[in-house]
Design a protein around this ligand. Structure first.
Ligand code: GRF
Length: 234
């Protein structure tokens, strides 16, 4: 049986309802992964109640509480680091993260987006797709980079909805796809099967061959982060 000590410590960033957080709590939490922190950009959202229900520590980092976004990002990264997070999962997090934050968790920030990227990046993805008139909708789990929903794709799944006209109807159809794909991406990362190859960064390694475990850490873990912050880049 898998020991909890083998679990990947992850942080989940939220801004609202938290159904993707719930999917992670109901699947990987306590087995392949341990959710060690939930951070929200907005106070009193249902996602925070979901964390409390499972005794997962949570905190709120609103932009208004800091002089600028960089200061907010620093405080957030410090807290996630203190909690020991090795993977940061954006699950309905409605804020952009700056490159200084991303350098603190290199190759270890992932997001779930309700469209088949690169179509319909950014906010109102489903509304954009409906306005365009697509017949196939879908979801993407991807690594986060400096752009808006531009990082390397990890997984995508599509659903045909040729008669859809209503945003809520499409979101309802996409939810189960998100709730399957996001935990699966976390599982792959925890098994060291999901890594960005610097020589081919658009095609992350997502195979069943784990990266050799030479450091007793996850592939993009502490050593890279420490060298970045030692150099004053964090
Ligand atoms: C999801 O549709 C996700 O794709 C998008 O924000 C929504 C979050 O939903 N990024 P929830 O808060 O997880 O229920």
């Amino acid at each position: 049986m898998r020991r909890v000590a083998d679990s990947l410590p992850i942080a989940v960033l939220v801004s609202g309802t938290g159904t993707n957080l719930q999917a992670l709590l109901d699947t990987v939490h306590g087995s392949e992964a341990q959710i060690v922190a939930v951070a929200s950009s907005i106070a009193d959202v249902p996602a925070l109640a979901r964390a409390a229900e499972r005794d997962v520590p949570s905190a709120v980092f609103t932009r208004g509480d800091y002089p600028d976004r960089a200061a907010r990002d620093d405080a957030l990264a410090d807290w996630l680091d203190e909690r020991g997070a090795r993977l940061v999962v954006l699950a309905g997090y409605m804020e952009l993260l700056g490159s200084a934050f991303l350098r603190r968790f290199p190759g270890a920030v992932i997001n779930v987006h309700p469209s088949l990227l690169p179509a319909f990046a950014g906010i109102r993805a489903v509304a954009q797709a409906l306005e365009y008139g697509v017949a196939v909708f879908g979801v993407t789990v991807h690594f986060v980079d400096d752009g808006v929903d531009t990082g390397p794709v990890i997984m995508q799944r599509a659903v045909e909805l040729p008669y859809a006209r209503d945003e809520d109807e499409v979101l309802r159809a996409l939810r189960p796809l998100e709730h399957a794909l996001l935990p699966e991406a976390v599982r792959m990362f925890a098994r060291r099967e999901l890594v960005i190859d610097p020589s081919d960064p658009r095609h992350p390694r997502r195979g069943p061959t784990p990266v050799p475990d030479t450091s007793a850490d996850w592939p993009t873990g502490l050593r890279a982060r420490r060298s970045a912050s030692d150099a004053g880049e964090g």
